[in-house]
Every structure is written in structure tokens, then in C-alpha cells.
Design a protein around this ligand. Sequence first.
Ligand SMILES: Cc1ncc(COP(=O)(O)O)c(C=O)c1O
Length: 522
Amino acid sequence: MQKEGRPTRPAPANSNGGDTFSGARALEQDEPLIFELDSPGANGVDLPAAPKAPSRLGALRRSGEIGLPDLAEPTVVRHYTRISRLNYGIDTGLFPLGSCTMKHNPRINEKLARLPGFADLHPMQPVSTVQGALALMQELKRWLAVLTGMPGVALPPGAGAHGELCGMMAIKAALDARGEGETRRRVLAPESAHGTNPATAAMLGFTVDAIPENERGRVDLKAFEAKLGPDVAGIMLTNPNTCGVFETDIKAIAADVHKAGGYFYCDGANFNAIVGRVRPGDLGVDAMHINLHKTFSTPHGGGGPGAGPVVFSEALARFAPTPWVVGDEAEGYDLVESRATGAETSFGRMKGFHGQMGMFVRALAYMMSHGSDGLRQASGDAVLAANYLKARLEDLMSAPYGDGPCMHEALFDDTFLKDTGVSTLDFAKAMIDEGYHPMTMYFPLVVHGAMLIEPTESESKRSLDAFADVLRFLAKQAKAGDVERFEQAPRFAPRRRLDETQAARKPVLRWRPPAPTAEAAE
Ligand SMILES: Cc1ncc(COP(=O)(O)O)c(C=O)c1O
């Protein structure tokens, strides 16, 4: 029999445990899975049994119980509240992820996105009843076009990666229209590219040809030029790039690729470093996605309800996916939904309905509350914050491209950990004990043991200093031989280090009720 008051399940092997009777550590309480809280007969509501109705499911009809736990309402509320307290987020502390950017989500955005006129719309409402929403989409398009200097805007893509697919589909459509779709099959991408770039090109059937970096963390211009040829569809280039530096040869790269008959796709994930200062259209870009979560402060979609609008040059704008939002305040707004109804040159639809309305409201709220001068200041502050951290850390941590200022993220490698017995992973785990989410690790791949730090524009100097002090302390401890601190980390998190090999080789993806033990049967 179970001892009275004991947790219903033993603390997992990798749990921090602690030596309290309950397994809790004050406010931090180990929480079982919701299935383990099952208490037969306990229900939040009593509903009458559903009437028996004829079903057309045939053999697909479920034969047994669905297996949901029985729980009272307070148990459910406590369960999710406790779990939420085990989470680390931008609202609880500095989130230094580089490239993935966790940015403060201003509350004014949230307030506006919840207005019933936006939040309660149904995508199948007649357009005459959603004129305000369409006006907002037109206004967002206008801001994006002005900020990027690119006339075409497609709002539907649901994330940055989806935006890449959208941009490259437009390039493919343009090549097909020129009769070169079958011959231009090669896409160039730098070695430092985010994985979604080559993956996108490969998904569309292109072969991907990697361009090496030079010693300054930029595209090697000569190597790039040597790769151009009549089979090149285009280049996918991130600027500022994933090494956190500006591609200074970008205009030459654009001119070269155009001369060779290809298109220039820019991964605009890092637009937050230059918004209000540089217009990608002026640099020769043909298509670029914008991760609204990075530059315009919407929550990161994580593949879910995000948004990755794409901007197009004059040459590509007509291939943009449907639906097209058209019209103006005087004439009224409309949606052109398909090729058959007016969008003849569009490559088609890539998403149900019109995109993520909630994200559009948040992004436009951010733009309008900042204004053009505020956006310009935000990119300046983001770059300043990253350079401040770089300057505070580079005497102890090694910056591979440290010869000049960085853009919005500071890149370090693991040279400073050489011969210490501490790896990038260990260093990151020790940061968890100090109360910080680790930075992006082992990316970009061109840098050994990479640590990519992006503080964003909204951290105060005090917050940056507290973070820098922790990294300085850890770097000194590693060099002083305090290996145990790192090997044992995280010591204070709800879970200790996972066995990543075991998790990858034998993933447990489904909970199964434990077999009854003899003791339990007593
Ligand atoms: C450089 C770069 N490109 C593309 C992406 C993909 O964006 P998303 O996560 O919105 O799909 C990311 C990730 O944030 C990125 O850092």
C-alpha cells in the first residue's frame, strides 16, 4: 500500500527531487502526468449520457473507452498552473536565443488582438461584413512594403519557413513563366544558412549548392561567382546573416545573380537588425519573408499560429499566392480568391483562408505604436544591446568574427573552453542553474561549439549586466577547473540532464498505465 500523503508516483530518475517528504521544493512542486492524476468518478461537470445516434463510421467506430482521466475542476486548474510555473519564458527572464529570437510581446498588441471585432471573426464571413479586417490587412501590407521597399506583399504564410516556401514557389513560377523552369534547377545557399533554406529548396526539387564563408563570416564572393551558371535558379541568403554580421557584398551578390538570370531570395528572419534603416528592395532582393515574431513582436508561432509574410520585387509580385486583398477605403475592400476569379498569374493558394489575423493585428499594433522613428530606434537598440554584451564578454569568451561590431546577435565559439573539460552543452546547462535559458547552441554550423546570443532591444542595461556577470563567472569557473559545476548541471532545475541518446533511440511517445503491482493489489 502507498504511504499516506506520499506523491502517487516516485520522482523520475532525472528529477531534481530534493529531500522533502512531499518531493516538492517550496513553491516548486513536481507534477505528475495528468493521466496519473486519474481519479475514477471525479468529474468537473455531470453531463447527461449522449443519445445513441446512428453512425456512419462503421469499422472505424471506437470500440473501447477513450481513456481520458476523470478529474475534478480544481485538480485540472492546479495541474496546468503548476506546469506553467515550471516553464521559462520571455515574461520570466532574459531569453538569449539567437536566430530564434524571443522578443517581448507588448501588452497593447494583446489587448487589440482581443477586440471582438478582430478576435471573433469567422474566415467564411461575407467580405461586406469584414471590411475593417481587410482594411487592417491592407494597412499591414502598406507598412511592410514601405519598410522593405518592395511592392508585392503576401500575408498568408504561417511562419518564416512557410514564407521561404512561398517565396521560392514564386521564383519557381517566374522561371516557369520564362520557360526556364526545367533548366534552372540549382539553388545556391551559404554554409551558414538556417536549415530551413536548403530544406525549402530541396522540397521544391532544386539541388542545393553550398557557398563557403570567408574568414570574416560572410559569403566568399569569389567562390559564389564561380558557382553561377545557366542552371542557377537563384540564391537564398540571410542578411544580416546567421553569424550575426552584415553581408557587406550584398549589392554585388544581387547584381551577379541577376546578371546570371537567377533571383535573389533573402531570408529576412533578421530584419529586426535593420528595420527602419535599410530597405532590402534597395539591395536588389526579389523575395523575402519576414518573421513577424522577430521583427514585429508577435508571439513565436512554433509552427502553430504564427505568420511569415513575404515581400516581392516588381518582377515577382504578380506570382504571389492567393488570396489577394485588394481595394481601398473609398472603393471598399475585396478578396481575390483564385486564379479563376482574377489572380491569373498567382502560383495558387498555400494556406486555408487568409492568414493569421491575430498576428496581423499584433504586428500592426507594434508598428503603429512605434512609428517609423520608433522602429528605427528598436533596430538600433537591438544592435547596441548585442554589441554591449559582446564587448563585456569577449575578453573571456572567444568571438570568431570579433574584428568588428556585430549586428543584433553576438556569436561566440568554444575556443575559450579548450582543455577545460567543459563543452558548449555543459556551459549551457550551467546557465540553467543560474536562472537563464541558454543561448542558441551549435548553430551556425560553420562555427565550432557555437553560442549565439540575441538579447533584443527591450533588455535594460541592468538586465544585460546581470546576464553578462553570470557568463563571466561561468567562463572563469570553467577555466579554473571547476568541471563538476558543469558536469552536474542543471542541479536546481525540476529535471536533471536527460539521457539524450536513449531519448532519441527509444522515444517514449505515449503514456501507458503502469502494470498493477502486487503491493498495489493488497
Ligand atoms: C535565419 C532563420 N531563417 C528561418 C527561420 C524559420 O522561421 P520560423 O521559425 O518562423 O519558421 C528561422 C527561425 O526562427 C531563422 O532563424
